[in-house]
Design a protein around this ligand. Structure first.
Ligand SMILES: [Zn+2]
Length: 306
């Protein structure tokens, strides 16, 4: 096994500090696919960073065939700020791929990620989570159903069309891609880091990149419609449905926004249809109008893929 770490210099900031793109390459013993694993493309989704770090140290990599290309922190400035977007130019890195060498700093950075990572891999796992406040649990079903299923999540989601400008829109042209959405929120992240690492390793077994038999997926439900319900009022969010994976009825109150000043009830956020909780808020916190409120998967249009 051969390991290489490259810290690719992108630019100097006005502070004089150099901005780098961190890339680990781990070469296995025999031929096989190049699997790229990225995390923290949204800077407030840090649990994936730990998943990549643990994978790099995992003793099972002794049996690796092919190559791993690891991008543990895809947006270092956003990660440092614990922010979804880059504070310096307010750009969401995962909406501007393939990037622009003459654009905003985040666009310049995206172009280097495209050249150094997204176009050099045969398989792409992009690790996301719910962010600083929300918690989430599902895997995208894009162009590699067997790999999406291998992550072992109870709910999978096939979007009607890819989100424009995402990393997997670029990598997915030539590579098999999975986006994992797991963890986040103001709760201990250990169970989610462990589950995500187990999912990554299981998918690597499906690919034959790691030795051993993959664990067959549990009963899984493929969702075709997930609705993001955003608050129209800001204030203090009091969760009503704080658990993931539970069923809710159309019109059921998912959370309430109250004024932390007058204590008035400003809004009741309700389920748009009979469905299942995909993203929620495990605890109270302040929230802005238009922020991620809840994600509900529609059960009426879902199908069983067990
Ligand atoms: Zn994300």
């Amino acid at each position: 096994m051969n390991r290489k770490y490259r810290s690719i210099e992108v630019a100097h900031l006005a502070s004089g500090v150099a901005l780098h793109l961190p890339l680990h390459e781990i070469e296995g013993a025999g031929p096989g696919p190049t699997v790229g694993i990225s995390a923290a493309i949204h800077g407030d989704e840090g649990v994936g960073v730990e998943v990549v770090r643990r994978l790099a140290a995992d003793p099972e990599l002794e049996g690796l065939t092919g190559r791993l290309l690891l991008l543990p922190v895809a947006n270092p400035l956003a990660y440092a700020a614990n922010d979804r977007s880059t504070p310096l130019d307010a750009q969401n890195l995962n909406r501007i791929f393939p990037g622009d060498p003459e654009g905003w700093l985040t666009e310049q950075f995206a172009q280097i990620i495209s050249d150094e990572f997204l176009t050099r891999i045969d398989v792409h796992f992009d690790l996301h989570s719910g962010g600083f406040y929300p918690i989430v649990d599902y895997a995208y079903w894009l162009n590699a159903p067997d790999l999406s299923r291998a992550f072992g999540r109870r709910f999978l989601y096939a979007p009607p069309e890819p989100y424009h400008g995402t990393s997997t829109e670029i990598s997915g042209k030539a590579a098999r891609a999975v986006v994992l959405e797991l963890g986040g929120g103001l709760v201990p992240q250990e169970p989610y880091a462990a589950a995500a690492l187990a999912g990554v390793k299981n998918a690597l077994r499906v690919l034959g990149a790691l030795p051993g038999q993959p664990t067959p997926p549990q009963r899984q439900t493929l969702l075709h419609h997930i609705e993001t319900v955003r608050p129209h009022e800001g204030g203090l969010l009091l969760p009503a449905v704080a658990q993931l994976g539970c069923e809710v009825a159309k019109g059921e109150v998912l959370g309430r926004v109250v004024s932390p000043y007058s204590f008035d009830l400003l809004e009741e956020i309700r389920a748009p249809f009979d469905g299942v909780m995909i993203l929620t808020h495990p605890t109270l916190h302040q929230i802005e109008p238009g922020d991620y409120g809840y994600m509900v998967g529609e059960l009426g249009s879902a199908e069983d893929v067990s």
